[in-house]
Design a protein around this ligand. Structure first.
Ligand code: GLN
Length: 306
């Protein structure tokens, strides 16, 4: 197949690198900033990986769309929409983007909405197994057993003043009941699940194939849930760069502050890229470049007529 050669060429041409590591989570600022990996998985499950694709990193905000899907599956659309909206905030991921009066977070891709979504999942029985259920979900999406980088989780929790403030604010509006500290603890462990780009590629491909994990054949998300998740990714997944991303690259996507990005072309493929240096939006700088290049070369933009 010519695909690996093409992907290697993309990696080779998408240097030099710029941007900063995520300093606010000390453990993330300690990684090798030059790591670079790219995976592409078709909706049928053909997988191609190049670069440092064996290297694991923490999933961070890329967990958000999947946990949102889990919330929709377990609680239903109405209950979830009651607690978390679907409007782009146009603001950075850690902003206090809440609806006036109700305190409902604008969408599940920003931290406020992801904390509320995590609290929803964690509040469904059996009690105290929220993180385990999330880990199980992410593992079944990846098609292998994942684990949690407890060191990164601890590092984030020890410095998690802002997420704790957001959780307290949500609690004050009764967006969730229960202990804000426990919600943040669960949320940072959700963010600290360890993955490779090959794993993320499979997870993205599962969304590309209507919720069916291409290797195991398991229907993990229903079609309506996949549609909801991809729609929210397209409009809100890149925070205050969502419009720029959708106009230039044109596919639903999600980034995380450890340097990962996933993109989904519905019915066709999942993409995952990893490079730790971040642009001012908290998105992998080189990852954006790679996605621009892939979109251009392979005509991935969803708004182009076929
Ligand atoms: N765990 C990170 C946080 O809450 C995730 C943010 C991100 O990846 N954008 O700050």
């Amino acid at each position: 197949s010519p695909i690996p050669d093409y992907l290697t060429q993309v990696l080779d041409t998408c240097a030099p690198d710029s941007g900063e590591l995520a300093e606010y989570i000390p453990e993330l600022a300690a990684v090798d900033p030059d790591r670079f990996a790219l995976s592409l998985v078709t909706a049928e499950g053909d997988a191609y990986s190049v670069g440092d694709h064996q290297d694991a990193f923490t999933i961070q905000s890329i967990s958000k769309p999947f946990v949102y899907g889990l919330a929709l599956e377990t609680l239903g659309f109405e209950a979830v929409l009651d607690h978390v909206g679907v409007e782009p905030s146009g603001e950075a991921f850690s902003e206090i983007s809440l609806e006036r009066n109700t305190g409902r977070p604008l969408n599940p891709m920003i931290n406020a909405g992801a904390l509320a979504t995590h609290a929803l999942v964690a509040s469904t029985p059996p009690a105290d197994s929220g993180v385990e259920r999330i880990l199980k979900l992410l593992s079944s999406l990846a098609g292998r057993e994942l684990d949690i980088d407890e060191k990164v989780a601890r590092s984030e929790l020890d410095n998690g003043y802002r997420n704790l403030a957001l959780a307290n604010l949500l609690r004050s509006y009764d967006v969730f009941t229960g202990d804000p500290r426990a919600v943040v603890e669960g949320y940072v462990r959700q963010c600290a699940v360890r993955v490779t780009t090959a794993d993320l590629g499979m997870m993205a491909a599962t969304l590309a194939s209507g919720g069916v994990q291409p290797h195991t054949g398991e229907q993990i998300f229903s079609r309506p849930v996949v549609r909801q998740v991809l729609s929210v990714m397209a409009t809100c997944g890149m925070y205050d760069a969502a419009g720029d991303w959708l106009t230039t690259i044109g596919i639903p996507a999600k980034s995380g502050v450890s340097g990962g990005i996933i993109g989904i072309l519905p019915g066709q493929l999942g993409i995952a890229v990893f490079s730790p240096r971040l642009d001012p939006h908290g998105t992998s700088a080189r990852g954006v470049e790679v996605c621009e290049r892939l979109s251009r070369d392979m005509n991935l933009h969803l708004m182009d007529a076929p």
